[in-house]
Design a protein around this ligand. Sequence first.
Ligand code: NZQ
Ligand code: ZN
Length: 385
Amino acid sequence: MNNFIYSIPTKIFFGEGQIKNLGHEVKKYADKVLLLYGGGSIKKNGIYDDVVKQLNDNAVEFVELAGVEPNPRIQTVRKGVDLCRKENVKLVLAVGGGSTIDCAKAIAGATKYDGDAWDIVLDGRKIKDSLYVASVLTLAATGSEMDVAAVISDMTKNDKIGFKSELVRPVFSVMDPTYTYSVSKYQTAAGSADIISHILESYFSNVNTYMNVRNCEALLKTVIEFAPIAIKEPTNYEARANLMWASSWAINDFIKLGNEVNWTVHPIEHQLSAYYDITHGVGLAIITPHWMRAVLSDITVEKFCEFAHNVWDIPYIEDKFKMANDGIDRMEEYFKSLDIPMTLREVGIDKENFDIMATKAAKSMVNNYVELTKEQILEIFEKAL
Ligand code: NZQ
Ligand code: ZN
């Protein structure tokens, strides 16, 4: 186990009705906030009204910015920065999924940065000060509600880039599973695939911290169990609650403390989103089985057997490669069972940009579980086509 510092300071208000804590908690940090949200789902399902009531009841002034895109754009970040500076806002309150929360983080960091917002996206270490960030989560997926990361896109350059800064980790998040009842089957499946991928990125590490590995397996089993239930019964509280809490713990640092590796599938998927604006979780599901097969070798086969046995209950057999491949097949079949499109063609991707996407993704192949070459990434794209 490598050395680490443990600090996950986001305060969580978890469960039905916890919105009642929003107003007084915001008030601890700010008298005036930027209320940030996406394309309007929060107006249809009543969450917007709950939030506004809390702010009004606690005399918190707010200005609004709506329209954060899935795969949030740098142009929206810049709009938010202008608004925060003009209105002297102290806290950015994101009400939505990962895109809205990520956009809030970039706005908060860039408002206090003397330069263009894209600079801090390229290098989160440039953030030396930040507005506070808080969130009301409406979609279980990215874990942005409790982590230090944000991913922002500049579609004019086909760039989708993630940055990290401890300064933009939300100071608190409200997580009411009933707020996710209105999430579509498609987004529930995509969000679940995203959570699974976050866990796998830590699970497949070269430093095997026994406790972390077992926690990863418990989280994987939780998502595998509850995603189909939430898809079938969107108002099943236990299913929504388990997915929501798993989303946070998949990426809030806990399972990677002591066994951190650079992620592999995410930088590959980010290229797909950057060029084709696809849903992040769907891209991950498509790539994951092909990535697994690409890295399966004499060196990794034991780990894949552990995955097959502990996650998919596949019994140990003499033929380790068969067992490992069975585990990978189960993962693929599972994604299919959630009705996720499992080929690039189905999400409108052809070969045209394979080369440039593989070139860009290969730049992230340093200190990964297995470092892939550009050619190996190209092969993954070909197989996923
Ligand atoms: O925009 P609105 O109208 O709110 O609709 C959204 C959007 O269309 C909808 N939605 C959200 N909550 C809903 C709802 N619809 C009905 N009822 C609700 N309660 O769902 C759609 C997708 O929302 P989005 O926020 O884009 O989804 P997600 O949470 O999956 O976020 C994806 C973004 O996060 C990044 C991804 O790359 C992508 O840009 N990621 C962020 C990470 C992080 N901060 O650590 C890590 C991840 O790996 C990921 O890269
Ligand atoms: Zn992700």
